[in-house]
Design a protein around this ligand. Structure first.
Ligand code: SAH
Length: 389
């Protein structure tokens, strides 16, 4: 195991249980991915982990002792993760949720999701992927009931995005249930499956009746999951807008698997800003509008980023929202804090001269278990806002 010295400031962070290492924490760049024992500049041991570049950071602290990261270590993490989610296994209305949430369950760089009997592994760096054999073996000891598994390779050096790894192959689509609503998923189509499991609570609120009797506009709708939840919960009509051509068939399918006639709903393959203009021209208004954009997006020459442009979305939405309507403002952008997100929205609403009340707020659901020492792991931000014009 490599011995790695970290700078004084970083040592303080690691001692407090903060699990992520960034390049500035190290005195010199590391040359190869490996397990590591971390020390402060006085030679005091800080714990065990590994170094490997990923989207965020260059490595993870896994344990504050000098424990060996082996089969027993992985088994223990999986046993704890399973116990934490006991009530999710007993929920008869939900069979899709996160089984294992990376650093929140003590192993940064790996997440595992449960889809109606199947598991989907996401590997976030090359080194954790090199430990796949040992990790999957330990997983199968703790989860012998999993029928089959797939993996997503979410690091830049990866040669492929998605493949089957063991057991049975899942049906296509694989139907999963969440709060009584059915969703069609595809476990082996690129990095995405058709549903973002982190939005469970928002879909749950819609399916549970928040939009009963109301019209709902779902912007950046992807496979229309929010629209389907709203229609299931009694929304009078949903409108889904997404730029991607695939979203049309995928959204129709989500309605069909719930016994909802897709023709009774509206689905547009369109740029959201184009749709705002269209709606204004046609004088269309909505009781509820969901805004859930990707952190960054490009459409031709135009770029959109949550950090810079979320306020523009809010302003546009206000124009076509009914008086006393509800805006559901959501983002998963990790580079935008809860505080900044709220500020951007409040500024846009004040600029529009409307009165508003935030009446509900959602963060990640409980199956996305977060380490107390790493609150930024809770990247999801959703505000439900009532707007008076
Ligand atoms: N809200 C969805 C997830 C959105 S994923 C859900 O909860 O299921 C982001 C989506 O935004 C993608 O499907 C992408 O095609 C779409 N998108 C990106 N830029 C867009 C734009 N300018 N107009 C409309 N859709 C866009």
């Amino acid at each position: 195991m490599k011995k790695i010295t970290v700078r004084t400031k970083a040592a303080k962070k690691l001692r407090a249980g903060y699990p992520l290492l960034v390049a500035e924490d190290l005195n010199s760049p590391f040359l190869e991915d490996d397990f590591a024992q971390f020390f402060d500049e006085k030679g005091q041991a800080l714990g065990t982990g590994y170094l490997s570049k990923q989207n965020k950071g260059v490595g993870w602290l896994l344990d504050s002792s000098s424990v060996k990261i082996d089969h027993h270590f992985y088994v223990e993490k999986f046993v704890n993760a399973r116990a934490l989610r006991a009530n999710f296994y007993q929920d008869e209305l939900t069979n899709a949720f996160r089984l294992f949430n990376g650093e929140g369950d003590g192993l940064g760089g790996l997440t595992i999701d449960f889809y109606n009997g199947f598991a989907v592994f996401s590997w976030y760096n090359q080194f954790i992927y090199s430990q796949k054999k040992a990790i999957v073996k330990a997983f199968q000891v703790v989860f012998p009931d999993i029928k089959g598994a797939y993996e997503k390779l979410r690091f830049s050096e990866a040669a492929l995005e998605s493949q089957h790894i063991f057991g049975q192959e899942a049906a296509e689509p694989l139907l999963v249930m969440e709060n009584g609503v059915t969703y069609a998923t595809y476990l082996n189509e690129g990095l995405m499956t058709g549903i973002f499991l982190d939005q469970k609570n928002v879909r749950g609120a819609l399916a549970g009746g928040l939009s009963t009797g109301k019209t709902l506009l779902n912007m950046f709708s992807y496979t229309g999951a929010f629209s389907v939840a709203a229609a299931f919960g009694g929304s009078s009509q949903t409108t889904s807008v997404d730029l991607a051509k695939r979203s049309l068939d995928k959204t129709r399918e989500q309605f069909l698997v719930n016994g909802i006639e897709p023709e009774s709903q509206k689905i547009y393959v369109m740029d959201v800003f184009g749709y705002f203009n269209y709606a204004k021209k046609k004088e269309l208004t909505y009781d509820m509008i969901v805004l859930d954009p990707p952190s960054f997006a490009r459409n031709g020459k135009k770029t959109f980023s949550v950090a810079k442009n979320y306020g523009d979305l809010v302003k546009e939405a206000v124009e076509i929202l009914e008086n006393n309507g509800t805006l559901i403002a959501s983002t998963n952008a990790a580079n935008v804090s809860d505080k900044k997100f709220r500020q951007m929205i409040e500024e846009a609403l004040k600029n529009k001269g409307v009165k508003f009340t935030v009446f509900q707020e959602e963060k990640l659901p409980a199956d996305f278990h977060i380490a107390d020492s790493f609150p930024e792991g809770n990247y999801l931000k959703v505000l439900f806002i009532k707007i008076k014009k």
